[in-house]
Write a protein that binds this ligand. Structure first.
Ligand code: HEM
Length: 408
């Protein structure tokens, strides 16, 4: 039996990043909540992850739980500061204020209006894949499709010129490093460099929109930031635009890659989809459970005297909530290691929960369903060619490369 500390080490190893699921099983065997360090706990079961995510007694902003010297360190890294100043890491009342402003972009009506655009972009990308494949070029599903679909949708929604898309994947990958459980100095330096480049990019774009407003999210949010009674200031605007860009595509990119890998590893699922045995929505929901693009989130205890699964949690202590493990908890999902789109009452925790529940879950699901229904209608025999390469991350789980042949 492993100790909790060894479990963290195992999850951070190359093997653990490639396949964390056997390690999660060991974590659950230690108990729903295990202490790793005096102020650090691992939460690995469905009921407990859900409870902590939904409880307002667990906070998101790590400024609230760290001492002044640590705060100064956090502030000295622009990459960390971007997340700290964005909606993702706010607590009430700032969280409610920011979330309300941003939510305007993700109403069901606005998302439904994007459906046609998502179909159109999907079809254009599939055309491009076909052209490249017929010219004998190798096709990387990640770079040539999974990155471009959500990135194009995000660029159009926000008002970021599509032509700049190539810059964003490496920048997002670097910027996201501080969201990992452990981050080293080299990764942090790369994250800060990416943050500086994104700051410069978005500051310039903000000035362009100020001079010439458009019908896009940047212009709407900028008008809010520039107005006297505005509910967002300019620093917050910058942080949230950068968060939206990276949260809005890398997660969805990974959903698409993880979904395709499922089809390669489970041929019966492809057959089931093509035969109409289950819907594409069921398929995407089961991918979200089986191989979640976001594997963990952090919360900290906001009040004295808190307990989770009977374990006392000191005020300020941090909880690593392993959603990837919760989604494989046999107490919630019978035969959790079996991929079964027909699973009844399938409610994975992959979009989080409570007040911070993913603001764009509907959009992400729509992109997943549209992408796979059209991809399989056109290339039902799409197959892996060569070796898939996983990204070197635990928190944001996905592939770096997924080489494919469209029609075998
Ligand atoms: C499959 C794709 C996606 C996954 C798995 C995902 C997952 C998540 C998770 C786990 C959280 C945190 C919840 C928490 O702390 O409780 C979150 C929050 C968030 N997501 Fe997503 N997300 C996805 C797509 C998107 C997209 C497409 C956008 C933007 C267009 C987006 C924007 C956000 C924002 C702004 C938040 C912060 C909400 C808040 O703190 O109130 N996400 N997402």
């Amino acid at each position: 039996m492993k100790t909790a500390g060894k479990i963290i080490g195992a999850l951070m190893s190359a093997e653990g990043k490639s396949n964390p699921y056997p390690i999660y099983r060991q974590a659950r065997e230690l108990g729903p909540v295990t202490q790793i360090a005096p102020e650090w706990f691992l939460v690995s079961t469905y009921a407990e992850v859900r409870e902590a995510m939904r409880s307002s007694a667990y906070l998101k902003n790590r400024y609230s739980s760290v001492d002044e010297s640590q705060r100064a360190v956090r502030r000295s890294h622009r990459s960390i500061q971007i997340f700290d100043e964005s909606v993702l890491l706010q607590d009430p009342p700032e969280h409610g204020r920011m979330r309300k402003v941003l939510s305007a972009a993700f109403t069901p009506r606005r998302i439904a209006a994007l459906e046609g655009k998502i179909q159109q972009v999907t079809d254009q990308l599939l055309d491009m894949l076909a052209e490249r494949a017929s010219a004998g070029e190798a096709v990387d599903f990640m770079e040539d499709f999974a990155v471009r679909l959500p990135l194009t949708v995000m660029c159009d929604l926000m008002g970021v010129p599509r032509k700049d898309w190539r810059r964003f994947r490496p920048l997002a990958q670097d910027l996201n490093a501080p969201l990992e459980m452990l981050v080293d100095d080299t990764q942090l330096a790369a994250a800060d460099a990416a943050a500086a480049e994104l700051d410069e990019y978005f500051s310039a774009l903000i000035e362009l929109r100020r001079a010439d407003p458009q019908d896009d999210l940047i212009s709407v949010l900028l008008a809010e930031a520039d107005s006297e009674a505005g509910q967002l200031d300019l620093r917050e605007l910058l942080a949230n635009l950068e968060l939206l860009l990276v949260a809005g595509f890398e997660t969805t990119t990974n959903l698409l890659g993880n979904a395709l890998a499922v089809l390669f590893n489970h041929p019966e699922v492809r057959g089931g989809l093509l035969a109409g045995k289950y819907t594409y929505s069921q398929f995407i929901e089961e991918v979200l459970r089986f191989d979640a693009p976001v594997q963990h989130m952090i919360r900290s205890a906001g009040e004295p005297g808190m307990k989770l699964a009977g374990v006392p949690i000191p005020v300020g202590a941090e909880l690593v909530m392993l959603m990837g493990s919760a989604n494989r908890d046999p107490l919630r999902f019978p035969d959790p290691d079996i991929f079964d789109p027909a699973r009844p009452d399938n409610q994975p925790l992959s979009f989080g929960g409570g007040a911070h529940y993913c603001i764009a879950a509907t959009l992400a699901r729509l992109e997943g369903v549209t992408a796979f229904s059209r991809l399989l209608a056109r290339y039902p025999r799409i197959a892996l060619i060569g070796t898939p390469i996983r990204a070197d991350r635990h928190g944001l789980r996905g592939f770096r490369e997924l080489p494919v042949v469209l029609d075998r």
